[in-house]
Design a protein around this ligand. Structure first.
Ligand code: CTP
Length: 444
């Protein structure tokens, strides 16, 4: 394989015109400042795999911040800079996100990791990355536009679908890469190479994860649980003995056994069912899977997990509330053969989509699953025709009873006792005759 082959053909074949033009503009903007500009990382990996990747990572040999400010001005983008790290993020008007980093030589920081100091900036930048498949660059300056930069035989590993670190200290420098290796392996059907596998086992047995407060851990776990099918990666987490690190409280009970896999598969089924019906409705799949993983444990285990990984309090509270409420409701529903729509509605109303899908995953009896799917597909959309304003127009005086009256009407609607405005009014007059309500009765 050529080390510096030109990728123009693949670029033209795989990227759309706006993206190609953007890459060219980046190259031109770099030339103006006499910097070198490269696209790097997952963008290059996915381009060579002919897969779409909309996140653009740029590395600048020169001053990344100065470059990013220039580029943002030219493209009318918004910019956020981190001077300390020499990085910037540009958001273009069409939503495209460009991350810009500065490649610098800093030998003194990584003496052990670096066998040589004669590296060019981009070479050093690539050498510090997680895996060879992510350590290629494409030059963007006009004169060399499209040239693939591959110092470490990365193309070969990509072709062999092999995940390899660039040096032995990779997991010591950044233990969250253990999760990344597992994620890439499962997502792209790659294989972690034997030497890298050994380094991972070593890192785990050396307990390199003293610092669980590193936000990268949770961010990587979240990404694993957000993959289309996270089950193979979850199995792999167990094989690498990461369960005791992730959820130590679960350790005595939690094995990847039939029951554990069953609930994960149920969660997966519920999620795909929902996706098929509601493509555009947001749903945090990782929450459903996390709840499923925690399903056999008391709330305290989830609480402990959230605080160990520094999950923001608001999200932690939401997770715990959904867990408690979904489990209680699943229990309640499983004890009832026949249950009115209105009852289902009020029982499930407070659950988020994630909580509802978790409840479906939990359900052992069909009636529970049916109640939840009935709620998701139909009941949650049902409204009364009459509103508070209508009640006033009909002569009822506003007061605390309004809520009760409207809820009664909604119950009737849910249970199919009324079907339109006229029937609602008839029911209203029957149930709340004008003189039956002291406070809310008609004025006249
Ligand atoms: N990277 C790294 N070590 C990490 C995280 C990231 O070396 N712990 C590098 C990798 O070279 C990676 C790049 O930073 O390609 C961008 O990271 P990220 O956006 O997280 O990953 P992608 O490779 O783009 O993968 P994905 O498709 O999942 O976004």
């Amino acid at each position: 394989l050529e080390r510096n082959r030109n990728l123009n053909t693949i670029i033209i074949e795989c990227l759309n015109k706006p993206m190609i033009e953007l890459l060219q503009k980046i190259g031109l903007a770099a030339d103006e400042l006499q910097f070198n500009a490269f696209a790097v990382g997952g963008f290059v990996r996915d381009l060579l795999l002919k897969k779409n990747n909309l996140d653009l990572d740029i590395v600048i040999e020169g001053d990344g911040i100065q470059f990013a400010k220039n580029l943002a001005r030219k493209l009318q983008g918004r910019i956020k800079t981190h001077e300390r790290f020499g990085t910037a993020m540009i958001m273009l008007p069409d939503g495209t996100k460009i991350d810009v980093a500065t490649a610098r030589l800093e030998y003194y920081e990584y003496p052990a990791a670096l066998p040589t100091v004669e590296l060019s900036s981009i070479k050093l930048d690539l050498y510090r990355r997680d895996f060879t498949i992510n350590a290629m660059a494409i030059q963007l300056n006009p004169e060399h536009f499209g040239t693939l930069i591959d110092f470490f035989n990365c193309q070969n590993d990509l072709n062999q679908r092999s995940i390899k670190v660039l040096h032995n200290l990779s997991f010591v420098e950044d233990p969250s890469r253990i999760f990344r290796a597992i994620r890439f392996e499962a997502r792209m059907a790659f294989e972690i190479a034997p030497h890298t596998r050994r380094l991972m086992h070593n890192a785990v047995s050396m307990q390199l994860f003293g610092k669980t407060d590193d936000p990268r851990f949770f961010s990587e776990l979240k990404q694993i649980l957000s993959e289309e099918d996270p089950v193979p990666a979850i199995r792999r987490l167990a094989e690498f003995n990461l369960f005791p690190f992730l959820w130590p409280e679960l350790k005595p009970h939690l094995k990847v056994d039939r029951r554990f896999l069953h609930i994960l598969h149920q969660a997966q089924r519920a999620i795909s069912w929902f996706r098929l019906l509601y493509l555009d409705e947001p749903c945090h799949n990782w929450m459903v899977y996390l709840l499923a993983i925690m399903s056999r444990s008391p709330d305290e285990v989830l609480t402990a997990f959230c605080s160990r990984f520094q999950i923001p309090q608001k999200i932690a509270d939401r997770l715990i509330w959904q867990k408690t409420h979904a489990e209680k409701t699943a229990n309640l529903l499983s004890r009832r053969e026949i249950i009115a729509n209105s009852e289902i509605y009020w029982l499930l109303k407070e659950l988020s989509i994630e909580g509802l899908l978790y409840l479906m995953a939990l359900a052992r009896k069909n009636q529970v699953k049916k109640a939840a799917s009935n709620y998701v597909t139909a009941l949650r959309y049902i409204r009364t025709d009459l509103t508070g304003d209508d009640l006033m127009a009909l002569g009822y005086r506003p007061g605390p009873e309004f809520k009760m009256i409207l809820n009664d009407l909604l119950d009737a609607r849910l249970d199919d006792r009324v079907h339109n405005r006229e029937e609602e009014i008839a029911l209203l007059h029957r149930t709340y005759p004008p003189d039956s309500l002291a406070a809310a009765g008609p004025h006249a």
